[in-house]
Design a protein around this ligand. Structure first.
Ligand code: BDR
Ligand code: CA
Length: 309
């Protein structure tokens, strides 16, 4: 099994990413760190605890709270997409039996990576505030993680917050800049242009059956699917965050290319835009393994299989 830490702002698709990571049986989830993003830090933390309890894993996997706002900017919640509570109204009656662990997410990430040097994969499915703080506090982190997989950005196509920016990059572009330029030897970016090809349909959800997980997925994704339909004309749920987990599980699901990537932080129109130097016009060394294509069917098979397990 692969040692991983998930960093989340649990949200509908972050929750599905957690279900995939745990359900795969191939990941040793050392902990789940939370951050401000789709919803407040406290709500993201509560949602994460609920999802773990749904899985019966609340005693095994610690949840550790991190940053409650972006490095320099104010919060920007995404209630229109994820609902008031972040889980599309699902699990609203659940009484949570566990508390988040003591300590700060940034210290948890540093300690775990030190303790398991060379072994930990960081899966980032939220604004990058926690990881930026971690590399600033402990610069050697970059040599000691095994790999970082980030759901964020869009290199060929349009954004989902502004015309050019993807949400995780938009919310904390200064943090994203720090992470992109930190010098991680293995940093993979799973952007919107590939995640938009990995769509969960109602048929997929039916195939999960009438189980607690199946019912949860149906309930939590209903409004999300409706909104996706209004925007994109398809009734489906984009699996942004789960695809980052999928890539960490099985690199073969995507093709990647090594490019120089930066993020805009000083523009009236384009803050949070990821800029990929496809033709190396800036003559800078590549810093990111950019996902270009995804085998969507293979990924969806893996996802459904893990959620049925
Ligand atoms: C990303 O933004 C959030 O709303 C989702 O949870 C995902 O991490 C997609 O742009
Ligand atoms: Ca997310």
């Amino acid at each position: 099994t692969k040692k991983v830490i998930l960093d989340v702002d649990t949200g509908v698709d972050d929750a599905l990413g957690i279900l995939l990571a745990v359900g795969s049986g191939e990941m040793d989830v050392l902990g789940i760190t939370t951050v401000n993003g789709n919803v407040s830090l406290d709500q993201a933390t509560l949602n994460t605890c609920k999802v773990l309890q749904l899985l019966g894993m609340e005693q095994q996997i610690p949840v550790i709270k991190g940053a409650n706002k972006p490095l320099l900017r104010t919060t920007y919640f995404e209630h229109r997409v994820h609902g008031k509570d972040g889980l599309g109204g699902a699990l609203s009656d659940m009484q949570v039996h566990t508390q988040p662990a003591e300590g700060h997410a940034v210290d948890f990430i540093i300690e775990q990576v030190k303790q398991h040097a060379g072994e930990v994969t960081l899966i980032m499915t939220a604004p990058l505030t926690n990881l930026a703080l971690a590399v600033m506090k402990y610069p050697d982190l970059i040599h000691q993680v095994r790999e970082v997989v980030v759901m964020g950005g869009v290199v060929q196509g349009f954004g989902n917050v502004t015309p050019t920016a993807e949400y995780n990059m938009y919310v904390d572009p200064e943090a994203a800049k720090i992470v992109l330029h930190a010098g991680f030897p293995a940093l993979t970016l799973v952007g919107l242009d590939v995640t938009r090809k990995a769509l969960l349909t109602e048929e997929h959800i039916r195939s999960l059956g009438d189980t607690p997980i199946g019912r949860y997925v149906r309930e939590s994704t209903a409004d999300y699917m409706q909104r996706y339909h209004e925007r994109n004309g398809v009734r489906a749920c984009a699996l942004h965050d789960p695809l980052a987990v999928g890539v960490a599980l099985n690199r073969e699901l995507v093709t990647t290319r090594h490019y120089y990537v930066d993020v805009e932080t000083r523009s009236e129109l384009c803050d949070g835009q990821t800029v990929c130097d496809f033709q190396n016009r800036m003559a800078k060394p590549a810093n990111v393994h950019v996902c270009m294509e995804v085998s969507a069917d293979a990924f969806l098979d893996q996802f459904i299989c893990a959620l049925r397990a």
